[in-house]
Write a protein that binds this ligand. Structure first.
Ligand SMILES: Cc1ncc(COP(=O)(O)O)c(C=O)c1O
Length: 394
């Protein structure tokens, strides 16, 4: 009996999605999905694949041309010293990549350090692999960086893996090079594997994106994880990839990949080839527009709900992770979680989808996450709705 799965939680994002179905004309700031469409290069790649009848099984690890392009991208853009295309495995989105890595690395009871707050599937995938997630706090006052002494203090003889996510969902924090160098030293000192989730590598507004696997000697112990979802607006197409240098871990990962997917949808992989072979200007276009939406949203929050929410614009990713004024009340008797109470209020009274901070970990209690990658009309509508709810004068 797989009864251990009974204690693996579903993300609260699912509960919110269900709540949103009962709302007419909702503002879907709950979903971490961009409003852009995939570039024409992706569509053309898929259309050609359909015409050319690429509808049969393909290699489990990915179509060779795609893996070649990915290895070149990892070398040139992420500066990861990949000698062999064999290291690259194409996955069914980043979430599948993370599941594969967890199953390939963990024995039951092994501990994995994860940020608190963190993207909920980080803990979920660790638990699904019978591992134990152990949180290390991200500190708002420090631009959502971890305190490295706290990270080190959380290590026990059972700790096997350090999971990093920069830029971060939900905080938008971007780990600095100095912080990554110190985290690398901790991983080396304690002989830890590092899973580096770089789903938002292309959504950095301030500072630089550094792949920890590019630091000297770190690719040996780092399993970097990527997705086409955010960079090329391909969330529904499900295309991600990981790089694994260690042959034994890679062989395990290939087995999980094979037994869970056989191969990632062939047509989608040709879409990925189109994305990588074509011009990359869509990435800059998306980033510039997202920066504009970030600034619009934070200006609007100040005007519409500045008494209720506070927080600095994030350096990366596309989420506003805002602190709720502890004095705020919806007038009802207080239940356990302030962030759930706020989310229910915003959904029921304002038609605004959002996610309670506590869903990302105990340290997220008292916060709410809004996605500002929705189109400007939707963002403006949500801000207008907040203005009515919170009655702040402009
Ligand atoms: C931190 C983080 N990692 C990975 C992913 C994986 O995305 P996907 O499974 O769509 O590739 C997401 C998606 O929201 C994310 O927020």
């Amino acid at each position: 009996m797989a009864s251990y799965l009974d204690s693996v939680p579903f993300s609260g994002i699912i509960r919110i999605r269900d709540m949103m179905y009962s709302v007419a004309d909702p503002y879907r700031l709950d979903q971490g999905d961009v409003s852009f469409d995939a570039p024409d290069t992706v569509k053309a790649g898929m259309a050609r694949a359909i015409t050319d009848n690429h509808s049969h099984y393909v290699q489990t690890t990915g179509v060779p041309r795609l893996r070649e392009l990915l290895a070149a991208k990892l070398r040139a853009t992420n500066r990861i010293p990949i000698d062999d295309v064999e290291d690259v495995l194409v996955t069914n989105g980043g979430i599948h990549g993370l599941y594969i890595l967890c199953l390939s690395l963990l024995d039951p009871g092994d501990e994995v350090l994860i940020p608190d707050p963190a993207w909920p599937p980080a803990a979920g995938n660790i638990l699904a692999a019978r591992g134990v997630p152990v949180g290390y706090r991200l500190h708002e006052a420090a631009g959502w960086q971890p305190d490295l002494d706290e990270v080190e203090a959380a290590i026990t003889p059972k700790t096997r893996v350090l999971y990093l996510n920069s830029p971060s969902n939900p905080t938008g924090g971007v780990l600095t090079r100095a912080c990554l160098e110190r985290l690398a030293a901790i991983a080396e000192r304690h002989d830890l594997w590092v899973i580096s989730d770089e789903a938002y590598e292309d959504v950095v507004f301030e500072g630089e994106h550094v792949s920890i696997a590019s630091l000297p000697g770190m690719y040996e112990r780092t399993l970097p994880l990527y997705t086409f979802s955010k960079s090329y607006a391909m969330t529904g197409l499900r295309l991600g990839y990981v790089a694994i240098r260690d042959a034994a871990i890679r062989d395990r990962a290939k087995k999980i990949l094979f037994y869970t997917a056989s191969n990632v949808a062939s047509v989608v992989q040709y879409g990925g080839i189109g994305a990588l072979e074509g011009p990359q200007d869509c990435i800059e276009t998306f980033r510039t527009e997202l920066r504009g939406r970030r600034d619009l949203f934070y200006r609007g929050i100040k005007e519409s709900a500045g008494d209720v929410f506070s927080g600095e614009p994030p350096a990366g990713a596309f989420y506003a992770f805002l602190r709720i004024d502890p004095a705020w009340s919806d007038g009802e008797a207080a239940t356990a979680s302030a962030s759930w109470r706020m989310v229910e209020y915003l959904i029921e009274k304002g038609r605004i989808g959002c996610v309670p901070g506590v869903d990302f970990g105990p340290n997220g209690e008292g916060y709410v996450r809004f996605c500002f990658a929705r189109d400007r009309r939707e963002l403006t509508g949500a801000l207008q709705s907040m203005k009515q709810l919170f009655g702040v004068r402009v």
